[in-house]
Design a binder for this molecule. Sequence first.
Ligand code: ATP
Length: 287
Amino acid sequence: MIREVVRHANAKINLTLDVTGKRPDGYHLVEMVMQSVELGDTVRIQKTPGTGICLKMKGCDLPEDQDNIAYRAAQALKIADVTIEIEKHIPIAAGMAGGSTDAAAVLLGCNELFELGYSSEELCDLGLKLGADVPFCILGGTMLAEGIGEKLTKLPPFTLPDGAVILLARPEAPVSTREVYQKLDAVCPKDHPDTAGMVQALREGDYTGVAARLQNVLEEVTIPMHPVIGRIKEIMKQCGADGALMSGSGPTVFGLFSSEEAARAALTRIREEHLTDTVLLTRPAGR
Ligand code: ATP
């Protein structure tokens, strides 16, 4: 009998993010190309008879009760007597789905450990009640997400040319996802991503085409609130990024670099200008 499951919970970036409308209940309708990256949290799940749900967060001071989405994921499965230990590496409230991916890892890990027999589709339905990004985090890889983020279409994996890397930079700019979406209604973005073109570029394995089509409508709201995001994008481009974009509602910026040397030059400049110390290299993660 297995007593423990350890899962790597991948962060995500958005290669595109568009808002196409609003549902009568106020949820925004989106169209986004999502990509898992190697950066992730480590989620260790153990059967611990008699403990109830016990959550331990390492490397951060996030709550360890119902206020943590990972705890609510275990509750959603009606699991008792489990200890979940999360080693946090994904920056928090960064636009990288850190909470959603922890919840997804708990759903997947508990399903395996307790032999619950849920299909991925059933786990996605449960996950959606916890958060719109949870279904994507359950499936991972490269996906087109529509609806409120739950209608997922698998796309060919986004791969980088040899030697290319993704640079992530997360400035200390407090961003509330809810506030950004609310403000978007007043902005009425003029420029929309070419989602169909992005999907086509992925289907053709066209890295340059992907880099040229990175676009996120939420930048129009978040960058004026936090100009540091715009400055980081500028530095990445000056240092030779093939493309740079804010992920989700921000504030994390990612850059696609053909060479690690160029990415490291951008990393050094971002630190030297004291824009943030949270700068790291990663790569796309497939499923
Ligand atoms: P998204 O990209 O899905 O909008 P995000 O990356 O912007 O998400 P998260 O890191 O998921 O944001 O955090 C959003 C809020 O959720 C945080 O302010 C935090 O207090 C809360 N939270 C609850 N549980 C977790 C968790 N396990 N990991 C991170 N944040 C959590």
